[in-house]
Design a protein around this ligand. Sequence first.
Ligand SMILES: C[S@@+](CC[C@H](N)C(=O)[O-])C[C@H]1O[C@@H](n2cnc3c(N)ncnc32)[C@H](O)[C@@H]1O
Length: 272
Amino acid sequence: MLDQLARFNQKRWDELAQSNVPYSRPMLDLDADSARDFVDPEGILGDVRNKKVLCLAGGGGQQTAAFGLLGAEVAVLDLTLTQLDRDRQAAQHYGLQIQTCQGDMRDLSRFAADHFDIVHHAHSINFIPEPRVVFAQVARVVKNGGYYRFSFHSPFSHGIEDSVWDGGYRLVQPYKDGEVHYDDNRWEVEDHGGSVKRIEGPREFRHTMRTLVAGLVGNGFVILSLTEETSDETDPEPGSWEHFKSIAAPYLTICTTYLPHVLSRYVQRSPS
Ligand SMILES: C[S@@+](CC[C@H](N)C(=O)[O-])C[C@H]1O[C@@H](n2cnc3c(N)ncnc32)[C@H](O)[C@@H]1O
């Protein structure tokens, strides 16, 4: 049963996906090397052949295709049917079998405990208010020694109006857990024909670094790496996305392994 937030964001994502937002474009030209670079740029996950992988809130036909090409047994759970359609489209393109499930990342009860070798969580945790709920769910379904990798919006820059440069980008919202409000919450999306539409985005939430790290550690995850996405361009135009990225590193990724018995010596598990 989806709650009000899930139903709202599902509608928003459905419209974004149908309008061809970049996160909804299946990757149809992958090979083994590019697939590996895409899902495991840190080089941590090892040989994924025959490994059970959950692409969590990762519909759109990107991560599922990459893991499938690398020989993994892939399941994807996503809120949005249009996103799952893109996964089916990519799977058909490569001749892969994948399991697609529609649902909320806050409820993984449909999966058996200790089932997945890898939970690969694309950028989506910012669409729910409380990340620790998801961490507890992942802790149940991932195997001991398995991996949980997730990307998220940097809490330091989440909410900055990234296209407004007046000699700086204005950091005005308080640094705390909670909903992020934009003056204009519409996303600019270029459709298949190249025309640009503005579509109301989903509701988004900031999670402070303390909430994320304490939530991971409290649920038995040992942090293996933290990476930051910045710009490679040398002189990006002020007010452009690349320029913003060169200043604010908006996206971060944490890779962990699930070792609750190691961490239980040091910390108390948080309630699920
Ligand atoms: C930015 S896209 C990320 C996925 C994409 N494969 C990519 O590579 O960018 C965010 C995804 O999260 C999904 N999503 C949002 N809220 C969700 C929730 N509560 N439970 C499950 N999926 C959710 C959306 O439907 C969307 O597919």
